[in-house]
Design a binder for this molecule. Structure first.
Ligand SMILES: [Zn+2]
Length: 441
């Protein structure tokens, strides 16, 4: 699960070793060269003990080396065996080298970034960030660039961790506006996922779908729980769009050639109506394809915009032990997998594969893994729990929705009636998928 916590990126040890980057970066390497000369000086000066013994006056070497157990720049006490300036002063020197390598003063525009870096709570760790990996190169690049610094510029670096660290400093220093980084992580996921789409126009369409429709919904959810659900659903919508377009590409069809029969065929393969519905409906309103209809659990429940109510309903059927197990399983197959009671009522044990704790089901020849909590309910149903569970049919298949009171399978109509009583929607809607004209398929 992705994390969306804002704030300082977790300080990880940068992958590259010190100096590795220097050959590529312009001024990023200067610090390393300076280090070397500092340690050479230190070697000539003799052992640390000599300086520590000379008590009294502060050492006053130009480069801030400690002469007597104190930092020559600020007078702070440092460990006797430390040969450089204190951690805080070391960080200041390093920050100046990277932000303003060619000028004596920090430019006005960058002074707050400089201060933000120098005020870091752990100067030693921050200084290491500014010495290793791609961070120093990126910071110097953006600080010395004549082009304006934008989030987009930082996004263009391949080294995401390092670029995010620089971004964090630039936001704190007021050079960049704070951005919704949780949303950005989803956006990056979307763009990576898009690579499976071959056609450039299709990729562009999904990008628009993301930026005009899916992304704004994620951005609008500011509470953590809503944000998490919104993110899960956003990814499902994009994945649904991508899978659908890839399928069309395999058939040699452009989006503009899409007809209702293709959508129906796609759904008959066992694909999830919920996952592709919003893309196809959005594309229809944007004129990318004719308007087609995809019956989903959401519009069955008239829950198009009410994500929370939808998930509350799912949770209720997954968790409420007061409800009949068969009703709970059937309701979840409607809500999570977009199935209708005509199909659900005829399910037998033959369509269920129990494999350890995983339960897979086959709908129209396509196998899906059930979400874990539903898998548990399915196993209970197969063991005969529930008002109409576990009847063995004459041909020795175990019907999932048969039962002692029914003598035969429960009918799709009766199952739809039961679910309708639980608030899942109209009986007719629950029984069969509809075409655009409202007639059964
Ligand atoms: Zn100092």
């Amino acid at each position: 699960m992705d994390r969306y916590a804002e704030g300082e990126p977790t300080p990880r040890q940068p992958k590259g070793r010190a100096g590795e980057d220097g050959s590529r970066g312009s001024s990023a390497n200067r610090g390393s060269a300076r280090d070397k000369s500092m340690s050479d000086d230190a070697a000539r000066d003799g052992s640390p003990g000599q300086n520590a013994d000379r008590d009294g006056s502060l050492g006053s070497t130009d480069d801030g080396r400690s002469a007597n157990g104190r930092c020559a720049r600020c007078g702070m006490k440092v460990d006797a065996d430390e040969r450089g300036p204190c951690d805080r002063c070391g960080l200041k020197v390093r920050a100046k080298e990277l932000i303003a390598p060619d000028t004596p003063e920090i430019p006005e525009r960058w002074s707050r970034v400089y201060e933000a870096i120098c005020a870091a709570p752990n100067p030693r760790m921050t200084e290491r960030w500014l010495r290793e990996g791609a961070t120093p190169r990126i910071l110097t690049d953006v600080a010395t660039s004549v082009a304006p610094v934008t989030h987009g510029v930082l996004d263009s670096y391949q080294e995401h961790d390092a670029a995010d660290y620089v971004r964090y400093m630039l936001v704190r220093g007021g050079v960049l506006e704070r951005r919704d980084e949780g949303l950005e992580r989803v956006r990056r996921w979307v763009f990576r996922h898009l690579r499976t789409v071959r056609d450039a126009r299709n990729r562009q369409t999904v990008k628009e779908f993301w930026s005009n429709h899916v992304g704004p919904n994620v951005a609008a959810a500011d509470e953590a729980a809503t944000r998490q659900l919104g993110t899960v659903r956003a990814k499902r919508k994009v994945r649904g769009a991508v899978d659908f377009l890839v399928w069309l590409e395999h058939r040699g069809l452009g989006l503009h050639e899409l007809r209702q029969m293709h959508v129906n065929e796609w759904l008959r393969r066992g694909s999830q109506a919920n996952d592709v519905a919003s893309f196809v409906m959005w594309a229809g309103t944007q004129g990318y394809c004719v308007r087609v209809r995809v019956p989903t659990a959401e519009d069955l429940l008239r829950l198009d915009d009410d994500v929370e109510r939808y998930w509350n309903m799912v949770d209720r059927f997954l968790d409420d032990e007061g409800l009949d197990v068969a009703d709970r399983v059937a309701a979840c197959l409607v809500l999570l997998y977009g199935r209708r009671t005509e199909e659900i009522a005829s399910l037998t044990s033959r369509e269920v594969i129990v494999d350890g704790s995983e339960v897979r089901m086959t709908f129209d020849g396509v196998t899906v893994a059930l979400v874990p909590s539903l898998a548990g309910l399915m196993v209970r149903l197969m063991r005969g729990e529930g008002a109409h569970g576990g009847t063995t049919t004459p041909d020795d298949r175990r019907s999932l929705f048969g039962g002692p009171w029914y003598r035969e399978h429960i009918t799709p109509f009766r199952l739809a009636e039961r679910l309708s009583e639980h608030g899942l929607g109209g009986v007719a809607d629950l029984m069969t998928r509809k075409n655009t004209d409202g007639s059964p398929e």
